[in-house]
Design a protein around this ligand. Structure first.
Ligand code: F6P
Length: 326
C-alpha cells in the first residue's frame, strides 16, 4: 500500500444538497481500498479544534437522500491565518491522517491551496456549492437540486402573478454568479433575468423588462440574482415601479430554502462519482487539486486554477432568454 493509510473528510462553506452523498462515496471508497476514515466536523474549524469522529461504512448509511451535511459546515476565519493552518496540520499529524478531502467552494479551496504550499499533507477538493461558480468543472454538487427548487417556486409564483396581473421580482441566490438565475429564468419563461455577469453593460431596466414588446402580458416575472449590480430584488423593484404603474408589483426573496432539501438524482450520482474520484486522486499521490466533471468526464484541476479563474455563464443563453420571452 502507498503512503496514504488514513484520510479525513470535511464539508466547508455553504452547505449544498448532495454533500452527504459525497461524504458517503468518499468514506466507502476509502474503506473499499483498505483505508481508515475520519470525519472532521464543522469544516476547517474542526481541523483546528481536533473535532474528529471515526467513520465506518455504516456511519454513512441512510444519508444519500438527505440535504445538509452530517459533518456540519462552517466558514472559518482562523484557517485563513498561518497560525490556524499550523494548528490544523499538527492536529492532522497527531491523528495520523495522511490526506484530506474537502467538499466546498472557492473559499474552501483557497484555504486548502495555502495549506498545500505550507505543509506536505495532501488535500483534494470536491466542488460543492449551489452557485455552480467554480472554474474547471461544468458542475458543482447541489446546483441541480437548487435549480429545480427555484423552478418549482417560480412556477408557483407565476400562478398567482397571472391570477392578479402582477409583476414579480424574484430574488435567487448567487452572490457572485448568475447560474441559478439564468437557468431558472429560461426554465420558467421569465420576462427578464438580471445577473452579475452582465455588470457594467449599458442596460435600461424598463426596456429589458418590456423586452421591446408592447403586448401586455398577464404576468411578468423578473429573476434577479442576489449579486446583481442593481442591488437585489427590492431595490430594483423600487427603481422601476413608476414606469409600470399598470402592474401591481410584488417582490419574493427565495433565500435559504434554495440550499435545503433532498438532492436530485443528478446530484446524488455526480456526488458519488466525485467522492470516489477524490479518494482515487489521493491514492494516486495527487495534491492541491479539485476533482471536477467536464463533458461528463472526471477531470483534475489545480486549486490554483479553480480559485483564480472565473467561470462565466454562456452568454448565448442570455440572448436565448431574451428571444424566447417576447
Ligand atoms: O452557498 C453559496 C451561497 O448560496 C451564496 O449564493 C449566498 O450568497 C451565500 O451562500 C449565503 O450564505 P450564508 O447565508 O450561509 O452566508
Amino acid at each position: 500500500m502507498g503512503k496514504i493509510r488514513k484520510i479525513g473528510v470535511l464539508t466547508s462553506g455553504g452547505d449544498a444538497p448532495g454533500m452527504n452523498a459525497a461524504i458517503r462515496a468518499v468514506t466507502r471508497t476509502a474503506i473499499y481500498n483498505g483505508l481508515e476514515v475520519t470525519g472532521i466536523r464543522h469544516g476547517y474549524q474542526g481541523l483546528i479544534d481536533s473535532n474528529f469522529i471515526p467513520l465506518q461504512a455504516s456511519s454513512v448509511s441512510d444519508i444519500i437522500q438527505r440535504g445538509g451535511t452530517i459533518l456540519k459546515t462552517a466558514r472559518c476565519e482562523e484557517f485563513r491565518t498561518p497560525e490556524g493552518r499550523r494548528k490544523a496540520y499538527n492536529n492532522l499529524r497527531s491523528a495520523q491522517i495522511d490526506g484530506v478531502v474537502v467538499i466546498g467552494g472557492d473559499g474552501s479551496f483557497t484555504g486548502a491551496r495555502l495549506f498545500g504550499e505550507e505543509f506536505d499533507l495532501p488535500f483534494v477538493g470536491i466542488p460543492g456549492t449551489i452557485d455552480n461558480d467554480i472554474y474547471g468543472t461544468d458542475y458543482t454538487i447541489g446546483y441541480d437540486t437548487a435549480l429545480n427548487t427555484v423552478v418549482q417556486c417560480v412556477d408557483k409564483i407565476r400562478d398567482t402573478a397571472s391570477a392578479h396581473n402582477r409583476m414579480f421580482f424574484v430574488e435567487v441566490m448567487g452572490a457572485e454568479a448568475g447560474f441559478i438565475a439564468l437557468y431558472s429564468g429560461i426554465a420558467t419563461g421569465a420576462e427578464a433575468i438580471l445577473i452579475p455577469e452582465t455588470k457594467g453593460e449599458d442596460r435600461d431596466l424598463s426596456k429589458m423588462i418590456m423586452n421591446g414588446n408592447t403586448r401586455k402580458k398577464s404576468s411578468n416575472i423578473i429573476i434577479v440574482a442576489e449579486g446583481d449590480e442593481g442591488g437585489g430584488a427590492f431595490a430594483i423593484a423600487e427603481k422601476v415601479k413608476n414606469q409600470f404603474k399598470d402592474y401591481d408589483i410584488r417582490v419574493s426573496v427565495l433565500g435559504h430554502l434554495q440550499r435545503g432539501g433532498s438532492p436530485s438524482a443528478i446530484d446524488r450520482v455526480n456526488a458519488s462519482r466525485l467522492g470516489h474520484a477524490a479518494v482515487e486522486a489521493l491514492l494516486d499521490d495527487q495534491k492541491s487539486v479539485m476533482v471536477g466533471l467536464m463533458n461528463g468526464e472526471i477531470v483534475l484541476v489545480s486549486f490554483r486554477r479553480a480559485v483564480k479563474l472565473d467561470k462565466d455563464v454562456d452568454h448565448n443563453l442570455i440572448d436565448l432568454a431574451r428571444i424566447l420571452s417576447v
